[in-house]
Design a protein around this ligand. Structure first.
Ligand code: ZN
Length: 138
């Protein structure tokens, strides 16, 4: 059986990190499926999805990591071509990846105790974002 749901999220951009674990679990519960995998996919080229221990220190550490890997203040061909000034956001999002797959049993996500699912919005302005939550199992 396959169930497909969606999350709509208002984000601030600029690397904002949002814990979406509870919202994903809500769709999993609604699906009525007992065991299988949940795939979470963000439909935007300046967002990424991963897991983290959601605490202020790591949120700060990740912000510094993006700046080291893909700094804002260097030239990007995307900006020269497209003019929207968010080349760094696209590069960061591609590195992080747009999806995550998590197994579940007994209708509960099989995440570690200190492991949350996060959406990161790298874009340079507030946006409304759509995340597809697809539950596959029986
Ligand atoms: Zn762009």
């Amino acid at each position: 059986m396959i169930y497909t749901g969606e999350l709509s999220l208002k984000t601030k951009g600029d690397g904002e990190i949002i814990d979406i674990t509870a919202k994903v679990q809500k769709h999993l519960t609604e699906s009525g499926i007992t065991g299988g995998i949940v795939m979470v996919f963000v439909q935007h080229s300046t967002c990424g999805i991963t897991t983290v221990e959601y605490e202020p220190g790591l949120i700060e550490d990740l912000g510094k990591l993006w700046e080291r890997i893909a700094p804002k203040n260097i030239p990007y061909a995307h900006d020269a071509h497209w003019g929207d000034g968010n080349g760094y956001a696209h590069v960061r999002a591609s590195l992080l990846g747009a999806s995550l797959t998590v197994p579940f049993t007994d209708k509960n996500l099989a995440l570690g105790t200190w492991q949350q699912i996060i959406l990161v919005d790298f874009d340079n302005r507030p946006r409304t974002r759509t995340v597809v939550v697809q539950v596959m199992g029986e």
